[in-house]
Every structure is written in structure tokens, then in C-alpha cells.
Design a protein around this ligand. Structure first.
Ligand code: NAD
Ligand code: ZN
Ligand code: ZN
Length: 389
């Protein structure tokens, strides 16, 4: 089959690789009809996530048709059309039973590696380094889906791939980012990042009852999409974010702040950014946490900081004093996608949200290398690339 494989820093290639096979009784094989490139893929592509090896197949946002099922997958049949959540979860462990699907305790065969970095392991994730299992990803013609009796959701043919594809990741992730904010009527929520995750966080914060959502980025074409979802936008190259947020909230700060940027935040002008760049480049710190620091410093006293941007390991200059002295709450997570599949499918069906609004490019799978470049560099007004195997 054709698959998008890592070929070194800032480089992927679409190559012929062996077809996946059923390995375990709860596996299924899915023939992929649509897949997408995510901001999380960029952290691998850019070389900031450890244990990514040349030849690894990337991709964790994919859907398609079931072509083979293992003997213990009773709920799926050959021919079913499914979306596949990016976290691989067993459905039986304590985390899964508590709805913490991305913290599954059984799905990472390389848990010992993850334990060294994080203390305990997370779940396994498709196409997302050997630290989270070394599973082959879904930017390919086929994928093996472990625990297929638990993860995949069947979808009817009346919805297009583009309408349901983002249930695999970025729609639930943005939604969870907003849900963690525990939004009360009248709340003002600020979102850092107008990428797919930030855009879905904006739309979701309104679905959950926010009075006003403020979205921060530097790319005007992305901020325009945030305005389409109702956000007031701030371009951090044009205004000082700390001052602007204070001004817009009567001096108190937003009730909740969402970090939808993660470990590769950009900020050209400050000394602290130069510090992070050097420390990240020399592997003494894994993150450039500019957006997170700003979210912490600007949220109101007693407010919530919701972190769905991804971080890899250790960060410097973390403003813990602000957290303790102002009674802040920080909530975070890889998205527990399984939990959101059905409720968010209902929001799509009822027309509350049209996920196709984030798509800027649809390319054949063979053009994945170009897709990575324009998504990484935000060229051609790229917000989201869908690949068609
Ligand atoms: P993206 O690269 O398209 O978007 C990130 C946006 O952040 C860009 O528009 C960029 O201009 C903006 N940005 C950079 N620095 C900023 C700053 N200092 N202030 C404000 N905005 C800034 O990526 P995406 O697909 O939207 O993903 C965003 C983050 O969410 C990534 O870290 C990704 O790994 C993470 N993610 C997490 C989960 C999860 O389950 N928690 C799932 C998917 C993605
Ligand atoms: Zn993703
Ligand atoms: Zn589990």
C-alpha cells in the first residue's frame, strides 16, 4: 500500500510499504477514504517528539471502510463505514471505565519508555512515535485498528467524509478544550491559536454558553475563520495581548483561557522566546510555552486554564507563583475522543456546527509532502489539509 512515512526532520515521503494484517483478535483493518494532517503531526515532523524513526507511518485522523475484522470484533462488519478516534483505548482498564480514554493503561506496548518521560504511560496513539506505541498511522491506504470493538464509530452514508472526519480528533479536542473551562453564562473565554483545534474551541465555547470568545493568532486568514465562528480576534503582532485582554475584561482577565497552540509557540520579539528557542534546539527543554505562560498570566483570579495544545516533556520558567497565589486551576489532556463521538455527531447532524468550514486543501495522498509544507508554514492560506488515498 501507499503510506506517508517519516524520512528525517522536516521530511515525509509517500512510499510503498507492506499492507497491515490482523495481529490480535480485537483488530480490524480499515481501507482509508479520507485522512488529515494535524498540528500534532507537525511536532513529529519538526523533530520535537522523541522516538520518531525513519520509516514510521504518520497520521492519526482517518476514516474509511472496514475490510477485515478479527474474531472478537462483534460490533463491526466488513463494509461498515467508520471514523476512528486517534487514541487507542482498551475499554476495560480503570482509565477507560472512567472516561479517560486517552489515558488508557493497556494500549501502549512501549509503556516503559513513556514512564521514563511522564512517570506513567498515556494510551497508544496511531502514527505518533514509539513513545506512544509505535503504531502505524492512517495517512495511508489501509490501517490496522486495535481494540476495534471499542474505538470506531459507524456513520451513515448521508453525511460526507468531510462532515465527519474531524470527529477523529480536532473537533472533540476543541470541544474538550472548551468543556474543561466549565463555562457559566456570561463567561468570557480566550483561545490562543486559530488552527483547527483553536477554531473548534471557539465554536464549542459558544455551543457551551460563553458570552464572548476572544481568539488570538497572527495569521489574518485564520483569524477571519475565527470571526466566522463569532470570535472577537486579536493579532499578537499588532497588539499587546496582556494589555488588550485586560482592557476587554474590565481589568479582571478572561474567566477561562484555552491553550490551543502547544509546544512550538511562536513569538518573535521577546528575550524569553530566544531563551526557549535555544533551550529547545539544544534539547534542554522540550517546549516553547509562550502561549501557555500568557494564558496563565492573563486569566482572572480563580480562573481556569485549559491546555489542549500538546507538550512533550519539560518546560522552563513556568509561572507557578501566579497559579498558587491567584487560585488558578489548570486542566489538560490528550482528547478523550471516544467520549465525544456520539454527542458531537449529533451536533453535526442537527446543523449546530459544520466542520467542513476549517478545510482549505484537499489533496491526493501522494501529495502529502506538499501538504505538510503548506500546513507547517501556513502558506496558501492553509488551515487544514485532507488527504485522499
Ligand atoms: P496549527 O499549527 O494549525 O495551529 C496552531 C496555531 O497557533 C497557528 O495558527 C499559530 O499561528 C498559532 N500560534 C503560534 N504561536 C502563537 C502564540 N504565541 N499565540 C497565539 N497563537 C499562536 O495546529 P492545530 O492542529 O490547531 O493544533 C494546535 C495544538 O493542539 C498543537 O499543539 C497540537 O499538537 C494540539 N492538539 C492536541 C490534541 C489533544 O488531544 N490534546 C489533539 C489535536 C491537536
Ligand atoms: Zn491530531
Ligand atoms: Zn484502557
Amino acid at each position: 500500500m501507499r503510506a506517508t512515512v517519516y524520512s528525517g526532520r522536516n521530511s515525509v515521503q509517500v512510499e510503498n510499504v507492506p499492507d497491515p494484517k490482523i495481529l490480535n483478535r480485537r483488530d480490524a483493518i480499515v481501507k482509508i477514504t479520507s485522512t488529515a494532517i494535524c498540528g500534532s503531526d507537525l511536532h513529529l515532523y519538526d523533530g520535537y517528539v522523541p522516538e520518531v524513526k525513519k520509516g514510521d507511518i504518520f497520521g492519526h485522523e482517518f476514516m474509511g471502510e472496514v475490510v477485515e475484522v478479527g474474531p472478537d470484533v462483534g460490533n463491526l462488519a466488513v463494509g461498515d463505514r467508520v471514523v476512528v478516534p486517534f487514541p487507542i483505548a482498551c475499554g476495560n482498564c480503570t482509565s477507560c471505565r472512567n472516561g479517560l480514554w486517552s489515558a488508557c493503561e493497556n494500549s501502549n506496548p512501549n509503556a516503559n519508555m513513556a514512564e521514563k518521560v511522564w512517570g506513567h504511560s498515556s494510551c497508544g496513539i496511531f502514527g505518533y512515535s514509539h513513545l506512544t506505541g509505535g503504531y502505524a498511522g492512517g495517512q495511508a491506504e489501509y490501517a490496522r485498528v486495535p481494540f476495534a470493538d471499542v474505538g470506531p464509530l459507524k456513520v451513515d452514508d448521508d453525511l460526507t467524509d468531510e462532515q465527519v472526519l474531524f470527529l477523529t480528533d480536532v473537533f472533540p479536542t476543541g470541544y474538550m478544550g472548551a468543556e474543561l473551562c466549565d463555562i457559566q453564562g456570561g463567561d468570557i473565554v480566550a483561545v490562543w491559536g486559530a488552527g483547527p483545534v483553536g477554531l473548534f474551541a471557539v465554536a464549542s465555547a459558544y455551543l457551551l454558553g460563553a458570552e464572548q470568545v476572544i481568539c488570538i493568532d497572527r495569521f489574518e486568514y485564520r483569524l477571519a475563520k475565527a470571526r466566522e465562528a463569532g470570535a472577537v480576534t486579536l493579532n499578537y503582532e499588532q497588539v499587546d495581548i496582556v494589555d488588550a485582554l485586560r482592557e476587554m475584561t474590565g481589568g479582571r482577565g478572561p474567566d477561562a483561557c484555552i491553550d490551543a497552540v502547544g509546544m512550538e509557540a511562536h513569538h518573535p520579539t521577546t528575550a524569553i522566546h530566544a531563551y526557549d528557542r535555544v533551550k529547545q534546539a539544544t534539547r534542554q527543554e522540550t517546549e516553547r510555552p509562550h502561549a501557555l505562560r500568557e494564558a496563565i498570566m492573563t486569566v482572572r483570579n480563580g480562573g481556569i486554564v485549559s491546555v489542549v495544545g500538546v507538550y512533550g516533556g519539560l518546560m522552563d520558567k513556568f509561572p507557578m507563583g501566579s497559579v498558587v497565589n491567584r487560585s488558578l486551576t489548570i486542566k489538560a489532556g490528550q482528547c478523550h475522543v471516544h467520549k465525544y463521538l456520539k454527542p458531537l455527531l449529533e451536533h453535526i447532524r442537527s446543523g449546530d456546527i459544520d466542520p467542513t468550514w476549517i478545510i482549505s486543501h484537499t489533496l491526493p495522498l501522494d501529495e502529502a509532502p506538499h501538504g505538510y509544507e503548506i500546513f507547517k508554514h501556513k502558506q496558501e492560506e492553509c488551515t487544514k489539509v485532507v488527504l485522499k488515498p
